[in-house]
Design a binder for this molecule. Sequence first.
Ligand code: TYM
Length: 338
Amino acid sequence: MQGNNPQEKKKVIFSAIQPSGTITLGNYLGALKNWVAMQDEYDCIFALADLHAITVRQEPAALRRNTLEAYALLMACGIDVNKSIFYIQSHVAAHAQLAWVLECCTQFGELSRMTQFKDKSQKHADNINAGLFTYPTLMAADILLYQADLVPIGADQKQHLELTRTIAERFNGLYSPTLTVPDPYIPKTGARIMSLQDPARKMSKSDENVNAWIGLLDKPDDVVRKFKRAVTDSDARIVYNPESKTGVNNLITIYSAVTGTPVEEFVAQMEGKGYGELKSVVADAVVETLRPIQTRYAQLIGDKAYLAQCYNTAAEQAARIARRTLTKVMKKTGFVMP
Ligand code: TYM
């Protein structure tokens, strides 16, 4: 992937997504769309974070099915295995190995402050396992193994990325420069797509109310119905106001992110129109975005052998890079090397 001339070396991108259930429009607009767009310009490495997924109880057959479906769906979104390395996290043992070393460089207090840990431990009060707590360090290991320069993510992962930077800087300070300190890459429009039912909360695949999120595999009728039911306000004016009107803002943001139309331009187009029309225009734009993805997905998911060939090749490529960093880290930490 990299040219031989060091001056030609492209920046390295790493990102991952959990294969725990439906992939949403929030995932797509906050992260996946950027992953696809970055493939030509950068050396991209993407993973399905199945090790992360088991921090919440998973039914084994469902995890297996969701992982394969997510693999096909991301390829359908445009992840190209000829341009990028796209693998399944648990296939590369170095993630768990580096995570252990980095856990010993992460403070209890730092992990305790992670808002996602606080949210998830409230939501899964019967299973506040150690993995849920140390999850951000595993995420740091994912990124640092590949010496990533940039990490395309939605705004909800920013705090984890800041901790990754802290851990990398700490390791480098303790043992000499070893790990690249990565920067987040967060889109201007779409960084935080909100729930269609409660626009104060992010759109999340774990939301039990199916009307709150759009799945990338939702049928056109379902997309239209969910947008029709989207919560707005009683003001009935289509304006973008970040302080209030969160429901309407979300609809405007979604349209802008799927079509590439600037927010102001779309608001001007919709001047004098009602919320009913806004919802139907946004729904149509989303349906048209999802249509080609769903067609490609239907082809890919039927060819399990091809999918296996893709993820097995990618795992070998990823493991080779990961091993280089892991070896350096192990040596610097003071382990006797085999
Ligand atoms: P996950 O699986 O929850 O989400 C995957 C990506 O989608 C983004 N995202 C959103 N963006 C905008 N609006 C939303 N409503 C929305 N919901 C989700 C997330 O920010 C993310 O970029 N811990 C990560 C997975 C991970 C990872 C990593 C990411 C594991 N290792 C290393 C980057 C680098 C997670 O649970 O994302």
